[in-house]
Design a protein around this ligand. Structure first.
Ligand code: B12
Ligand code: SF4
Length: 581
């Protein structure tokens, strides 16, 4: 959304948008191919906190391709952490940082570069390198007037093939900001306490544009589309009046909006809204207060029930890992969600994103284990401890409790109504395959081994194997072990070796010809001028400390509800990443 919107505001430069999210493991070849074909002068990168290492790796590859290319970093992490990026070893790979909204600042920056840097000081929100390689930060940029923001330039996308629920998908934005103050949320550092709504005509034109380009499922990126329910109702009426056939919508929403205005829910199916990501967050009143979430259990139940009455699929947003959480309080969360008949869950572990009030509180209380290795700041991995659990215990406990209580995905009435194809496929085939696969993996590797394999799989999703010279990690944190061990230490083979007690175990001891993990892309030697000498450090030597076989306390391993009897399954199916992204 960000990149296409920025491109939509620029008509005096040739701009292309390359969203590499759908490319996954082909991301690097596609990036290199695009650099080769397009020969750009400037390349901008966008990312959240957990994508920063990946952004940096790609900026390095871009500079390797042609060191004359100017690199620009924008987005959430750039805005919230520009001051720490500035002093870091990777700072040399960035020429500019754009803080805050980039809709107009990126175009202004390009204009200034065209004019040999004239007027650069006047581009608000931009930080640029000075002669002594430090950043100069221009004054911050006030929030943009959204009525001036033109439609995203979807025609400038190189990759156009986005899918959601097996349909061609696209994203639209109807407003920016939120007036609530949940303490884990990054929104206020970006937009302050504000909400700006696009004119309705612009939103409807945006929907028609996405539809005319083939989109049949649209995701609304609004932070809080239900902040103003009268306006949301107008929007729904507007969408109905467009009479676009076979178009589905999904949006994020608050419990408060729907529970207080249930009459609006009745119109949702007619407008094509099939699933709602509901910010429930927790089933404990104490935890909701701790995170300053304006929810309570009665409101949550009401919002879910009203949505279910209309057969709308509820995707429950849940956060575990609050300061006083223990296995029992997490069990409570999952039980509560299950009791409400919800089976699609997007559950996160509390993550102390930079500059949030939550981070300050947790820092004060010594609860953050990982302060700076942002690769694990995606909500799936633990970076914090609770009063009862270490980060590694929290991680395993969450995984195991979810598996026991929620288990495999069970379709709701809404799924049968709106996602027939997938639901039939799941019910009459896929779920048996996954169930058998899970039982086999569990028998082979044990429950702890299965957990480690799944974590390893998720860790690799965000690892593109780019080694950036001068940016060796000395602060590495392992989200599964809580130490600076090699994050990819456990493989199928090593776990199997540990588990097998019989004689043919020695068969596995024969030396392998290929390593368990692909070699990282070997970097070309970097020209001296692109790296500061002090940034080049030798690879840190990690002591081979003997580790106990198990990191998990016995109390968590002993099944309170036996896994073998539950319908525990592959969380990939229900964690929503394959279906949401
Ligand atoms: C929609 C959304 C999603 C969707 C994405 C759908 C899609 N395919 O686009 C889904 C639901 C998948 C999602 C998932 C997650 N999200 Co999210 N998401 C958002 C949300 C609500 C809107 C993003 C958006 O498109 N905004 C509209 C565009 C126009 O705004 P923008 O991205 O900020 O871009 C502007 C500026 O940042 C800047 N800019 C951005 N990039 C660049 C690049 C350049 C070069 C320049 C110059 C400027 C620039 O200019 C843009 C225009 O003004 C934001 C909150 C928000 N308001 O942005 C959270 C947000 C980005 N998400 C967040 C998080 C944490 C996540 C998850 C990790 C949560 C989780 N554990 O599940 C996952 C990650 C999933 C993954 N693997 O990628 C956090 C990021 C926190 C942080 N500090 O990094 C945010 C900020 C939510 C929050 N309030 O805390 N998310
Ligand atoms: S309601 Fe959502 S967008 Fe608003 S502050 Fe809370 S988490 Fe952030």
């Amino acid at each position: 959304m960000a990149l296409a919107t920025i491109a939509g505001q620029i008509d005096n430069h040739d701009v292309k948008v390359l969203d590499l999210a759908p490319a996954r493991k082909r991301a690097i070849p596609i990036l290199m191919e695009t650099l080769q074909n397009e020969r750009p002068d400037v390349v901008g990168f966008s990312g959240m906190a957990f994508q920063y290492d990946c952004n940096l790796g790609m900026a390095y590859l871009t500079k390797q391709f042609d060191k004359r290319i100017k690199t620009v970093l924008g987005g959430y992490h750039a805005t919230l952490s520009y001051d720490t990026i500035e002093g870091s070893a990777g700072a040399d790979y960035w020429d500019f940082i754009v803080r805050g909204e980039g809709d107009f600042s990126f175009g202004e920056l390009l204009d200034s570069l065209d004019a040999q840097g004239r007027g650069l000081d006047n581009v608000l929100g931009v930080s640029y390198k000075t002669e002594n390689r430090q950043f100069h930060h221009n004054a911050p940029r006030p929030l943009e007037d959204v009525t001036k923001i033109k439609l995203p330039a979807r025609d400038k996308r190189i990759i156009k093939d986005f899918h959601m629920y097996f349909r061609r998908a696209d994203v639209i934005e109807t407003s920016r900001g939120c007036l609530y103050h949940c303490n884990f949320c990054s929104i206020h550092q970006m937009y302050g306490s504000s909400i700006r709504q696009y004119p309705l005509e612009r939103v409807l034109a945006d929907i028609e544009d996405a539809y005319s380009r083939g989109a049949r499922h649209i995701f609304c990126t609004d932070d809080n589309i239900t902040q103003n329910m009268e306006r949301f109702e107008e929007l729904i009426d507007g969408v109905i009046s467009l009479k676009l056939k076979n178009l589905h919508f999904t949006t994020q929403a608050t419990v408060l909006g729907f529970s207080q205005h249930p009459q609006v829910i009745k119109k949702l199916p007619k407008a094509g809204f099939v699933s709602i990501f509901l910010g429930i967050e927790n089933a404990s009143a104490k935890n909701l207060r701790a995170m300053k979430k304006p929810n309570n259990l009665a409101l949550i139940k009401k919002a879910i029930a009203e949505l279910q009455k209309e057969k709308i699929v509820v995707i429950a947003g849940l956060i575990n890992g609050l300061p006083t959480d223990d296995p029992e309080s997490m069990r409570e969360n999952y039980r509560f969600i299950k009791e409400q008949g919800v089976s699609s869950i997007m559950d996160q572990i509390m993550t102390p994103y930079p500059k949030t009030p939550l981070r300050d509180n947790m820092l004060r209380d010594g609860q953050i284990q990982n302060l700076s290795d942002f690769r694990w700041y995606d909500g799936y991995f633990t970076n914090v401890r609770t009063s009862a659990l270490s980060p590694e215990e929290l991680s395993f406990a969450r995984w195991k409790i979810r598996r026991e209580i929620i288990g495999m995905w069970r379709p709701t009435k809404g799924d049968w109504k709106f996602f027939k194809g997938y639901t039939y496929l799941w019910m009459f085939g896929l779920r048996y395959v996954i169930w058998v696969n899970e039982r086999m993996l569990e028998a082979l590797f044990g429950i702890e081994g299965r957990y480690k394999l799944q974590m390893r799989h998720f860790m690799q999703l965000n690892d593109f194997g780019i080694k950036v010279p001068g940016v060796e990690r000395t602060d590495s944190y392992h989200p599964v072990y809580g130490t600076s061990d090699d994050p990819f230490r456990d493989t199928r083979r090593s776990l199997l070796k540990k588990r097998l007690k019989f004689s043919w175990r020695k068969l596995l001891d024969t030396p392998r010809t290929s390593g368990p993990r692909p070699e990282p892309i070997a970097p070309e030697p970097v020209r001296a001028e692109t790296i500061r000498p002090e940034a080049i450090r030798p690879e840190p030597i990690r002591p081979e400390t003997a580790r106990p076989e198990s990191i998990i306390p016995v109390s968590l391993l002993s099944n309170q509800q036996p896994v073998a009897q539950s319908e525990a399954g592959n969380t990939l199916v229900t964690i929503a990443s394959p279906r949401m992204q």
